[in-house]
Design a protein around this ligand. Structure first.
Ligand SMILES: [Zn+2]
Length: 271
């Protein structure tokens, strides 16, 4: 894969291509996108575009740099992820030590922080030092489901990109589930019935994320008039439901039990 393949994000890929070829590579980026979007894959394709000498700004997917990045064995590329709960201060400290080393292969040290949303405040404040005074050539990419989870001081030092999600990225079953659940909320179905519906469409945390993404998409379609059922709801309620969905997503990111998070959402939306 190279940036070229991200058809839903063609405009973004083009922006990245032109800034890389113009020599404007920034030292920190936030890549934001729904759970169902493979942000890590996008980050790697972006790094290929930055490092590739065969097809700069896009990545050729064939040269040694592109292949090493694709297979996670590029010497100067470091990944950081949550230990199950959060990305902690100590982990960021260790990353910083690595970023101080002279890049062994190329000209740049690269880092991808997965689950950046779960960085503790201490971890974020530590990272801030690197973002304020990066070693020249360093590129750090933060992957986020919602950049509002990051401190303003972090956000203001990063270039942020939002990835689109293709309709087909959402699992069909969960998309149907999301529609059925939104419908049931509009019908004022009781909690017992809602629980039954959740049970039918949700067997895992991933399903819960997908349901939330699906529901949020439906409400956004309501707002822009793409889905005519939206006429039956007050706009302020649509906004409120979207907020509650985002709250539930934050709960899931924070590893709250998914059954609990979703039931909680249903109670609030129904009330
Ligand atoms: Zn290449």
């Amino acid at each position: 894969m190279s940036l070229n393949n991200w058809t839903a994000d063609r405009k973004l890929a083009e922006r990245i291509r032109s800034s890389v070829t113009a020599g404007n590579v920034f030292h920190a980026y936030i890549i934001e996108g729904d759970t169902c979007v493979d942000k890590a894959a996008f980050a790697k394709d972006m790094l290929k575009a930055i490092m590739c000498r065969e097809n700069p700004g896009m990545g050729c997917d064939e040269c040694i740099d592109c292949r090493k990045i694709a297979h996670d064995n590029y010497e100067d590329l470091y990944f950081l992820e949550s230990d199950g709960l959060s990305v902690k201060d100590e982990a960021v400290f260790q990353l910083q030590e690595k970023l101080k080393l002279k890049p062994s292969g190329g000209s740049r040290n690269l880092a991808v922080i997965k689950d950046a949303d779960t960085m503790t405040v201490r971890a974020q404040n530590r990272l801030l030092k690197t973002l304020e005074e990066p070693t020249p050539g360093t590129v750090i990419i933060l992957l986020s489901e919602n950049r509002d989870n990051l401190l303003e001081t972090i956000r203001s030092r990063c270039v942020a990109y939002r990835l689109n999600s293709l309709e087909t990225d959402l699992n069909q079953l969960q998309m149907e589930g999301a529609s059925v659940i939104v419908e049931a909320v509009m019908e004022g179905e009781n909690f017992h019935r809602m629980k039954e519906l959740l049970g039918r469409y949700m067997k895992s945390r991933d399903d819960a994320f997908q349901l939330l993404d699906g529901m949020e998409r439906i409400y956004r379609d309501f707002l822009v008039g793409k889905d005519l059922r939206g006429r039956l709801m007050k706009r302020e309620n649509i906004f409120r439901h979207i907020e509650l969905i985002e709250e539930a997503r934050r709960d899931l990111v924070m590893k709250v039990n998914y059954n609990y998070a979703m039931k909680n959402l249903i109670i609030k939306i129904g009330g």
